[in-house]
Design a protein around this ligand. Sequence first.
Ligand SMILES: C[S@@+](CC[C@H](N)C(=O)[O-])C[C@H]1O[C@@H](n2cnc3c(N)ncnc32)[C@H](O)[C@@H]1O
Length: 337
Amino acid sequence: MSQASSERIPTERLVIHNLARATDTRAGLAEDVRAGLSLSPKRLFPKYFYDALGSELFEAICLLPEYYLTRAENEILTRHADEIIREVDGQSLSLIEMGSGSASKTRLVIEALLRRQSELLFIPVDISASALETSSRVLLQSYPALRIEAYAGDYFDGLAALSEVKRGRTLALFLGSNIGNFDADEAHTFLCALRRVLNSGDALLLGADLRKSSEVLEAAYDDALGVTAAFNLNQLARINRELDASFQLRAFRHRVIYNKSAGRVEVYIESLREQTVSIRKLGMQIHFSEGERIHTENSYKYDLEGLSQMASATGFERTRTWTDEREQFSSNLFVCQ
Ligand SMILES: C[S@@+](CC[C@H](N)C(=O)[O-])C[C@H]1O[C@@H](n2cnc3c(N)ncnc32)[C@H](O)[C@@H]1O
């Protein structure tokens, strides 16, 4: 487990543990960029989308007409949050959220919990320290009965730290179909790690995007306004800034393909010409041929049978599923066995 340094903000209701500072995210970025851009085909990792600008761009994506995921999950939680928490055994719950971001949809669950109990401990984990700090302060202003113990860092560092927090009966959230960034093995590893910090009777509410037509899926990740393209290319801008690289953003483009047989949307950055980029802090020169791609993200899409199998293979049972009216998105209650 990484050694967490704690930042106490002058209120007893908020503690932010900055795990990222202890493990040095820049070193993680440098190692992953070196490894990923040495591979063939080249790849980068979705967790590095979320610097301060990337987190803001993701919030803009959530407002786009093509990006139905946020609206659909919001619809489900607006309609069913009270029912969802009634399904979890226990009078008083603590709330964990992995990859909480702005925690906008989380408000619906927090409000449902505070209709049932007089106070609430909320434990968000997010790699974006800026998103975590802003969302924590906004939530504390809205809900006087809330206490927040936040972890800024990678999911797995957060889970290692969480195993030491006393919290009683717990509902964990993993919203926004964040699970879809993992391939099957990684999702299995993540769910097993989460299951280990929960107890029998605790539950996970897992947001999972459902399979649908390639037109709808590709538009959701390649919007007409170009916000998702900016979000994707921002990884190159981040590498320029943090690792002193020479990526010319206009010499690359955003590409999106729905791979139906693999059941995933694949997101790439494609080189528009033959070029060589230097990454000075890594002492690397990276050659791109025209049309060569960097694979930056997968977003897996699910069916309910697959979700049940995923649950039972990792120590959970999928006991209930709610969908939006158009059946585009699912919220699944995985109860710890
Ligand atoms: C797609 S956004 C979803 C945000 C929010 N949960 C929602 O549903 O709108 C993914 C969030 O997970 C965080 N994240 C991505 N990879 C992460 C990782 N490996 N460890 C911790 N947080 C991560 C990002 O910073 C971002 O806030």
